[in-house]
Design a binder for this molecule. Structure first.
Ligand code: GUN
Length: 295
């Protein structure tokens, strides 16, 4: 019987811890963490994400600011707002919800966010800091994956982590986090991706498998070894006529089959997903607390 890594429960615990630390920060230093979120356009998924981020801010006692711009907004308008927030001392974290409309250069916008307020951890300065083990903001899903592993007592030192996927948001940063020389990492890490002729050759070697592929249930039971720990980052909606909604959400891993072989596994939904917002709140708290960029 595999251990089910309950991301909902772990994220609730983390949010409760942040809520308590936030009260202390307000009481002792008069600082209320502030998160500003920009949503450009009408993308349905983005609207849901932005609402959950604002709700989490309210629950934790943060200052929350959400600005909306129409899909026709110009790059200049977006950059001007980011610049205003960069210089606003009541804002400790800035998040520009992605994707952005075509006329706006995403990289230009991410570069404009002050690295000291980049609670998404997408700025090249923060990615560089992560790579060389300097303090900085770590993007939320990778940070959440490490929290899930550490809080579930999954040993990392010397273990072979295989990451499937090389995105800038998940694959690359999570790999960089896990091979660092510190007690919350120190693993041996392999990154594999679509160019692999035989993906299974790699995934079968994993003590810990991190699947961030974006293909529904692509990792099967025969692709993993006995006692593997599986972290499933996938969120894929598939059609299911037996489901009341006509569809349901599955991960990148064939959960029920892999469950039988695994030591531990994250469900989808309820695994990695809830951790992302908890870590965004944590980054915003850390930014407000103010000591992260001491180097
Ligand atoms: N769109 C989907 N996920 C994210 C995220 O984590 N951050 C931002 N900025 N946009 C997203």
């Amino acid at each position: 019987m595999a251990l089910i890594i309950d991301g909902k429960k772990i994220s609730d615990t983390i949010k409760q811890e942040i809520k308590e630390k936030t009260q202390e920060l307000i009481n002792s230093r008069g600082i209320r963490p502030g998160l500003a979120v920009l949503l450009v356009g009408e993308d349905a998924a983005s609207q849901i994400y932005v609402r959950s981020k604002a709700k989490a801010c309210e629950d934790l006692g943060f200052h929350s600011l959400v600005e909306r711009m129409p899909a026709s907004a110009s790059e200049e308008e977006v950059l001007a707002l980011v610049n205003r927030w960069n210089n606003d001392p009541s804002i400790h974290g800035i998040l520009v919800q992605l994707p952005l409309p075509k006329q706006i250069n995403e990289v230009k916008v991410l570069l404009a966010i002050s690295p000291r307020k980049d609670v998404d951890g997408f700025h090249p300065e923060n990615l560089g800091r992560l790579m060389i083990g300097m303090p900085g903001f770590v993007s939320c899903t990778p940070a959440g994956i490490v929290e899930l592993l550490v809080r579930s007592n999954i040993e990392l030192k010397g273990k072979h982590v295989v990451v499937v996927g090389r995105s800038n948001i998940v694959g690359k940063p999570v790999a960089n986090l896990l091979y660092q020389k510190n007690p919350r990492a120190n693993a041996i890490v392999t990154i594999c991706h679509t160019a692999a002729k035989d993906l299974s050759y790699y995934t079968k070697q994993a003590d810990i498998l991190i699947a961030a592929v974006g293909v529904p249930e692509v990792i099967k039971s025969e692709d993993v070894k006995e006692n593997v720990t599986v972290i499933d980052v996938g969120i894929n909606r598939i059609e299911d006529p037996n489901h009341p909604k006509g569809s349901r959400v599955v991960g990148d891993v064939d959960y029920h089959a892999v469950f039988e072989k695994a030591h531990a596994i994250t469900p989808v939904p309820g695994g990695v997903g809830p951790m992302t917002i908890a870590m965004l709140m944590n980054n915003t708290y850390i930014s407000a607390e103010g000591s992260i960029f001491n180097v």
